[in-house]
Design a protein around this ligand. Structure first.
Ligand code: PFF
Length: 493
């Protein structure tokens, strides 16, 4: 497994044996629904349950949310179809897949350069993603210990962290950030799990993980949302999330919404090219992509409906920022019935979402190592998982030992950013929109039209609509966020 199909070109008995056992065949999903589940697992992650509620809260709710949903369907969805098309057609790692589509379309092989950028971006993202997921792991530990003590004290349905002051609860995050050893241990554990799953391969690793974890995720999500509807303030949450105050939707907020739509759908970093390349049979890419986009957006909205009723019930600030989930919610769980249990389940839910996304991120460079360098899957996942672990260490040291370090401090856009934020912003504001831009231009203008039609399975009205969106709207809109993201003065902010 894991060797390139091309390596079976040697002659003689060995290649016959190989052909007979099929051992050089590239890995693949066992079914279409396995692919859909894995792709939803990739899309649904920290972006949905941590970043989306944070950004919706910071950007005033309703108008931001509606604009975000429009971005998902007008720009994100056509790009999802395009990325899966590239992988499905190329049947190779991201770079190889783009190269093959370029060859079959009579276009320059140099187009595959944007695949290389995607591979680098995915590698960088997984490095800090694992650090943030490490915080979640820490909170699973904190809430787990608290729930255990609730059970031992004979009151398993008590609130979370009872008897602790708001300062003490919120101070935990600062304690964690000030402790490089603890941050490192969490990061190590999370990256270890990610690496383990990716090293096992598509079938017994990624597909199995998605099949077990995604149903678990949905049960937890729906369960906690129903709980929030009973004990929280659902009315205020719905009003906050869905009543638009358009005056709050300024250009920077639009920029943020579009960037978030790309991140949440895993676009621009070749994630769906890579996953799409493991599809073997025919795949109607329209319905498949619509399912992925709906599921991802549904989860983001449900996450909002899970978190904000609890935030409002306790009178906390929805605009708390990135600490909303880590500092605000544990305190909110204190006064809620069964808060200790729900708090634990809540962080478990985020952890599960993070795992199914981080494996998709690590798979991108791992597939590249297998496809382009001829490495075994184990070697490739160790090289990139290990490398991302090291980059992640720099990110976590940025909260304590290297807190003064500003890696791109010479650049006004990044002047204030610590190491993790620099990697996050550089990938999110530059690499990801660039990747999406080139995907749109390549698929919209250079890929062979017949090939596109045949491999996407689109026709008639849907084909022309998709063509218009991918060739015109996506490059224009994504190009605009790229420019305004890079030069905020264009927006006068
Ligand atoms: N979509 C993931 C999230 O929302 O957390 C993040 C992500 C995963 C981005 C995989 C890119 C990717 F290839």
């Amino acid at each position: 497994m894991g060797r390139r199909a091309g390596s079976a070109q040697q002659e003689g008995i060995f290649s016959d044996m190989v052909a007979a056992t099929g051992s050089t065949e590239r890995e693949g999903w066992s079914s279409r629904s396995a692919f859909i589940l894995a792709a939803i697992g990739a899309a649904v992650g920290l972006g949905n349950v941590w970043r989306f509620p944070t950004l919706a809260g910071e950007n005033g709710g309703g108008a931001f949310v509606l604009f975000y949903v429009a971005c998902v369907f007008l720009l994100g969805l056509p790009l999802v179809i395009s990325e899966i098309f590239l992988g499905r057609t190329g049947q190779d790692d991201a770079v190889g897949s783009i190269r093959k589509v370029a060859e079959r379309s009579g276009a320059s092989k140099n187009w595959s350069a944007f695949g290389v950028m995607g591979v680098v971006a995915a590698f960088l993202i997984v490095s800090f993603y694992s650090v943030v997921a490490g915080w979640v792991l820490y909170y699973v530990g904190v809430m787990g210990a608290d729930f255990a003590s609730a059970v031992l004290s004979g009151d398993p349905l008590r609130g979370a962290l009872v008897g602790q002051s708001q300062e003490a609860i919120q101070g935990r995050m600062g304690d964690l950030f000030g402790n490089p050893g603890l941050l490192l241990a969490m990061h190590f554990a999370f990256m270890g799990v990610t690496l383990f799953i990716v090293a096992r391969g598509i079938g017994s690793g990624i597909e199995t993980a998605a099949t077990i974890l995604m149903p678990m995720f949905f049960v937890l999500l729906v369960g906690i949302t129903i709980y929030g509807a009973f004990v929280g303030n659902m009315g205020d949450a719905v009003a906050f999330l869905f009543t638009p105050d358009w005056s709050k939707l300024d250009p920077p907020a639009m920029n943020t919404a579009l960037g978030q739509a790309l991140f949440s759908l895993s676009l621009g970093v070749a994630g769906l090219i890579t996953y799409g390349s493991y599809i073997k049979g025919p795949a109607g890419l329209g319905p498949t992509s619509v399912t992925i986009a709906f599921a991802d957006t549904g989860v983001a909205l449900l996450a909002g409906l899970m978190i904000f009723p609890i935030v409002f019930a306790v009178g906390l600030d929805p605009a708390a920022g990135p600490t909303l989930v880590f500092q605000t919610l544990p305190f909110a769980f204190q006064t809620m019935p069964a808060g200790a249990l729900i708090g634990l389940l809540f962080f478990l839910l985020i952890l599960v979402a993070a795992v199914t996304s981080s494996i998709s991120l690590l798979e991108v460079p791992t597939a590249w190592g297998i496809g382009e360098m001829g490495w075994s899957r184990l070697t490739s996942s160790l090289v990139f998982g290990g490398g991302a672990f090291l980059v992640g260490i720099a990110c976590l040291l940025g909260y304590n030992v290297w807190s003064e370090v500003r890696p791109l401090g010479f650049w006004s856009l990044f002047a204030e950013k610590d190491i993790l934020d620099t990697v996050d912003d550089f990938t999110g504001k530059i690499m990801l929109p660039l990747g999406a831009f080139f995907t749109a231009v390549f698929v919209g203008w250079r890929a062979d039209r017949k090939l596109v039609q045949e491999m996407t399975g689109l026709s008639g009205f849907w084909l022309s609509t998709w063509r218009f969106l991918i060739a015109w709207l996506c490059p224009l809109a994504v190009g605009t966020i790229l420019i305004t993201g890079l030069f905020p003065q264009v927006l006068g902010s």
